[in-house]
Structures are given as C-alpha cells and as structure tokens.
Design a protein. Sequence first.
Length: 264
Amino acid sequence: MLRHHPLAIAFTGLMICSPAHTASLTPGGNDFGVSLGQYRYEEPGLMSLDGLKGGLELRMTRTYPARRTFLRGELRYAGGTVDYTSNGTGRSSGEPDWYIEGRALIGNDWPLTTATVSTYVGLGYRFLLNDGRGITSTGHAGYRRESTYIYLPAGVILRTSLDSGNEVIGSFEYDHLLSGNQFTKLSDTGLGYSDLDSKQSEGYGLKLRLSYVTPRWSAGPYLHHWNIADSAINPIYRNGVLNGYGLEPRNRSTEVGVELTRPF
C-alpha cells in the first residue's frame, strides 16, 4: 500500500540588506547568516509535514553608487527532519527534508528624507528533497520526492536609521512561480509503480523580514510562505501496465524563524 503523496515546498531565499552605518544607499559587501525556523507543509485535508529547519546563507552585494544600483547574489541551504501525518496513511517521523536555493537580484535605491526605499527584481531557483522512504504506522510505503522551482522574485526594502547609528530594515517580497516540477519516486516502494513526473505552472510565494542592524551583526525574524496549485495530471504504471493517474495536489507551506547575520 502507498502512503499519500507528500508534496513540499520549499523553499526559499531570504532578503535582508547587509549591515550599514546609515540609511543611505545599499552598502556593498558579503554576509554570512545562520537561521532556525519552524516549518509546516500541508496538502489541505490530506496530509502535513512538520519540523525544524536549520539554515545557512551567503549573500554577496556589489554596488554602483553613481547609478544608485546594486547587484546581489544569494545562496541558501536549509534542512532538518519532518514528521508526516495523514488521516488515510498514518504517521511517520524523522524524515530527512532539505532544500538549496540560489538567487540573482538587481535593485535600485530611492533615498528619502529619513529613510531609503530599495526595489529589486531577479531570478530564483530552488531544489528540495524529501526522503519519506519507509513504512508508516498503518503499513503504507513511503518514497522520495524531488521538487524544483524556477521563480521571479520582486521586492521592496525599507531602511531607517536610529539615533544610536544602527538601523532597522524591513523587507517584503513576492515570488511568482515560472516553472515547477515534482518528481515522485514511486519506484522506492518496491511495488512495481512507475515514477511520477508532475509539471506545475501556477503558484506564488511571499517573504517578509525585519532586522536590527549594527556594523558587526544583524538579527531578526523572517517568514517564508508558498502556495502552489494542482499540477498537471500524468499516468501511473504498475509493472508496465497503466494503473491510474496522479498529480501533485494543491499545497501550501510556511517557515517562520529567526536569523543572525555577520558581514565578512
């Protein structure tokens, strides 16, 4: 017997400006961050995955002050284990679940009287692996799932200076899904099923961040959210014979956590 096909997200990239002394133009430089977040993925009415994710992130920013323009590259890894719950196929715990995400961004600064607004767009790529192999509490077989997203991020950053010389930075980002693919390795069950390759074309993500920034470090909370529509429907074969059809169900995921970043 098969457990219900878990579809996950994942995953995301952060947006936070590098620490700076004043709320003027975006500063250049490199930042390294560590994070810890609570993650929940769900297919409403079907199943859910819950667990903690620890993250590492590298951000590199190059600035062009004369044009008030900046380029930024971001690379993020987040991983941990999750617990699987389904009304129909029982429970399992300790499933490895991780993602890696890369982004390239270009932005412009718009200085105001007491703050700076920065806008940006770019291109993002995310790959996630959920390893659900094993048997659930009700005897259903699990399998691995690989998730790939290509998306268009667009966001705005607000930076304000404090009397202390430090800053507060808030950011909001909308991520438009350009192309998604869910590769479900049903062959892991050993029951003769073919793997399922599901294309996704509709969905979006949201990212929010608030940071307190000093010259030596920055810290604050973040929220990442994805909402993805049903995938295309594809045939499933068992021992070479058509057995039915499957899809990646509508799903949503939320990751809430805190991050500590240092420049280098």
